[in-house]
Design a protein around this ligand. Structure first.
Ligand code: GLA
Length: 725
């Protein structure tokens, strides 16, 4: 039993393998948050909530001035009856009032996790779930709080559902989770970025006020990741309390950390409330997306290990969980829009010769698509470029012994397209307003089922040939003119959430219809790298920036949340197309091998030496692929705070180790550094497969590996150790 209700103390205990979360029913009707942290087997209330009459903190009960919702650590705070901190939800009733007053009614402990229809959701066998029901009788609002226990991953997944029992209610804030801490001894860590600069680590001390980390873009975005972490002020990579929230959703989101007047901290996450609401008709239920709650007492390493375990086992589909990912060649940076069938086949031939397994045809294969100004929406092959069609090309690629994949950007439409000319109303828009361009294109209105079905049909026409092994699903602009000609005026503010529901309907349908196709999601790189899409598509293109030095940071930060298995990572040409940098081919490979590997350059232009170097890289990756994709991952040197980057991978049986080290710039009078490995078996002996030197696990971890001083910028090195018997 991972969830227990203790009647005498009126407390709920939610236990994972190493953590405990405690809720107490206070005064029979309020849900207070008592504890979340390291596992406690026997709890008697040592950290009981203290009450005191506090100035300007209003009282629900005339006779008890010490009780105020303004100071109570709560599970799901509301607005209007005394708590002035940010609320978890907010409503507008039929009289235009915003007051609501939920009281605890009952609980259920389920042996399973109830299905969440229409939204991505975490999955697993026998996932116990606590459901707490609250009610505002006057308003006729029933709210259920769900807590599902992923015992082995040390994760609790929360969500909330709202039901209007009497009258219509407008939900204009409906967060999924709220946690109140009785301390502010934290730094706030989050990930921010931009196109080509995905996921940078930001760590700042908390002072007073509210820190909001959000997206209003209609996508989770590379600008802020839907992931926030509170880390002990003294916390590090290996040490300290760490609390994370991560959203299982791909649209606009909101997360906040509020430090209140008594230096308590409130942490929240959910749907973006700004410019979004939902009209809840009588009898209807609204489910919020899920939020992952993860706690570790061993710093960021502990947190990542838990999240990696969770993503592998409870987010990505069972089918792909243990499936090694193919090494691919993608023609985008090799040819952009300028290709012929002959050119693609020449590229594929080279690819096959050096050991690549999958050929991916990127943008530009459909009618009149010779630049990014036209044709999105017209998913029919361009016979000028591909006279034998997709099928003809796929047959030829298959006969070379390669798998075949193809690019789509299904959610978009160009003004210059057959689709726009015949269905301008399919576009997200506001009547009588000019449309705003993004990469010269508009967004399709996925709140309209007809549009969703159009997308499913047109993509299916290509996929039905059964000749496609892989799909890259792209999305290259954000939502403006957020409105729908299809929705009533009353429901316009539901447009962006309905868009996401439409998207999930489409991808769920396609992924179920074509279970053998490997889908990779992409949004100009990692612009929609989130747990929402990962529930359907088991890997994501991490960034359009393929420069090895930039990638070392992007992948390092990405590893806080995601295992390498889901992180698409390619070797490209130099000078690099995004930043112009020239780095050694070896370094480009050493960084790319830390994810699921691909190549994205014109192989036909390479010298024989380069080709044979790549051939050896691929041979090496095939040898170690399982260690990288299925092993444990450890961050060793942080490229955000040092001139270096290092990580190591340890196979599940701890018998094989891959270490990757990068020194960005050469230094004068450089010290001889030592690199300490992590996660090895201290009592085993490991042999360096290049030098045949033998070392103990303990010495590699505690004494470390001596690094050479090399006079070279962008120098990198990798080691492959095997257990020595
Ligand atoms: C986006 C993707 C790229 C490529 C182009 C094609 O930018 O991230 O990888 O597919 O679109 O237009």
């Amino acid at each position: 039993m991972n969830i227990v209700f203790e009647k005498e103390s009126q407390r709920f205990f939610i236990n994972t393998k190493n953590t405990t979360y405690i809720i107490e029913i206070v005064k029979n009707e309020f849900l207070a948050h008592l504890y979340w942290g390291k596992k406690i087997e026997n709890y008697f209330g040592s950290n009981k909530i203290m009450f005191r009459d506090r100035g300007f903190s209003p009282n629900i009960f005339k006779e008890d001035r010490t009780f105020s919702l303004d100071t109570l650590p709560q599970e799901y705070p509301q607005y209007g009856n005394g708590d002035f901190r940010p609320c978890a939800y907010h409503i507008i009733d039929k009289d235009n009032n915003t007051f609501s007053d939920l009281r605890y009614i009952s609980f259920e402990i389920l042996k399973e996790k109830p299905k969440l229809n229409g939204l991505p959701s975490s999955h697993g066998e026998k996932i116990e779930t606590l459901v707490l029901t609250l009610l505002d009788e006057i308003l006729g609002l029933e709210v259920k709080l769900y807590y599902s226990v992923f015992y082995d991953s040390d994760v609790i997944v929360r969500r909330t559902s709202f039901k209007a029992l009497k009258d219509e209610i407008i939900l204009d804030r409906m967060l999924s989770a709220n946690v109140d801490f009785r301390t502010d001894n934290f730094d706030l860590l989050s990930l921010y970025g931009a196109h080509n600069n995905d996921r940078n680590i930001d760590r700042r001390p908390l002072t007073s006020g509210t820190y909001v980390l959000e997206s209003t873009r209609g996508a989770s975005s590379m600008h802020q990741s839907p992931f926030i972490v509170l880390i002990d002020k003294e916390g590090t990579e290996n040490y300290g309390d760490v609390y994370a929230m991560q959203f299982i959703y791909s649209g606009s989101f909101y997360s906040a950390v509020h430090v209140d007047q008594y230096r308590n901290v409130r942490m929240q996450m959910g749907l973006q409330p700004f410019d979004n609401n939902w009209i809840l008709a009588k009898g209807e239920t609204f489910d919020t997306p899920e939020v992952v709650l993860a706690y570790s007492n061993s710093g960021l390493t502990g947190l990542s290990n838990q999240l990696h375990h969770f993503v592998r086992n409870h987010i990505i589909k069972e089918k792909w969980k243990n499936k090694a990912r193919p090494i691919l060649i993608n023609n985008w940076e090799a040819t952009y829009f300028n290709f012929t069938e002959e050119k693609l086949l020449a590229l594929a031939k080279e690819a096959k010769e050096i050991g690549i397994e999958l050929f991916v045809l990127d943008d530009g294969w459909f009618k009149n698509r010779n630049s990014d100004t036209s044709s999105l929406g017209d998913w029919e092959v361009d016979r000028n470029k591909l006279p034998n069609g997709i099928d003809g090309l796929a047959d030829k690629i298959h006969s070379m012994g390669l798998k075949f994949g193809i690019w789509f950007e299904p959610e978009m439409i160009n003004e210059d397209s057959e689709l726009y000319r015949s269905h301008p109303e399919y576009t997200i828009q506001i009547k009588n307003r000019n449309l705003i361009y993004g990469r010269g294109q508009f967004v399709l209105d996925l709140s309209n089922k007809e549009v969703c079905n159009f997308i499913i049909e047109s993509i299916s026409k290509i996929l039905d040939s059964q000749k496609i092994d892989y799909v890259k699903w792209d999305m290259n602009r954000h939502i403006t003119n957020a409105g729908s000609l299809f929705l009533n005026s009353k429901n316009q503010r539901e447009c962006t959430h309905r868009y996401m529901l439409g998207l999930y309907y489409i991808v769920e349908t396609l992924v179920e219809k074509y279970p053998d196709i490997l889908f990779e999601s992409c949004s100009s790189g990692g612009g929609r790298f989130d747990l929402g899409l990962l529930c359907y598509m088991p890997q994501t293109w991490a960034s359009d920036n393929t420069d090895a030095i930039c990638r070392s940071k992007i992948q390092y930060a990405t590893s806080l949340m995601y295992p390498s298995l889901v992180v698409g990572s390619h070797v490209s040409v130099c000078p690099n197309h995004q930043v112009g940098r020239i780095t050694p081919l070896e370094t480009r490979f050493n960084i790319a091998l830390c994810g699921n590997l691909g190549y994205e350059l014109d192989l036909t232009l390479l010298s024989n030496e380069e080709k044979s170097e790549i051939k050896n890289q691929i041979k090496f990756y095939k040898k170690v692929r399982d260690i990288v994709q299925f092993g444990d991952y450890y961050r060793l040197l942080n490229p955000f705070t040092t001139n270096e980057y290092a990580v190591n991978f340890v196979s599940k049986n701890k018998e094989e180790i891959i270490v990757v080290y990068l020194k960005v710039l050469s230094e004068p009078a450089a010290p001889f550094h030592i690199l300490k490995l992590k996660g090895l078996d201290e009592n085993s002996l490991y042999v360096d497969t290049v030098t045949n030197n033998v070392y103990s696990g303990a010495e590699l971890m505690y004494a470390g590996l001596s690094l050479e001083n090399v006079k070279q910028d962008f120098y990198s090195k990798k080691w492959y150790f095997k257990k020595f018997n």
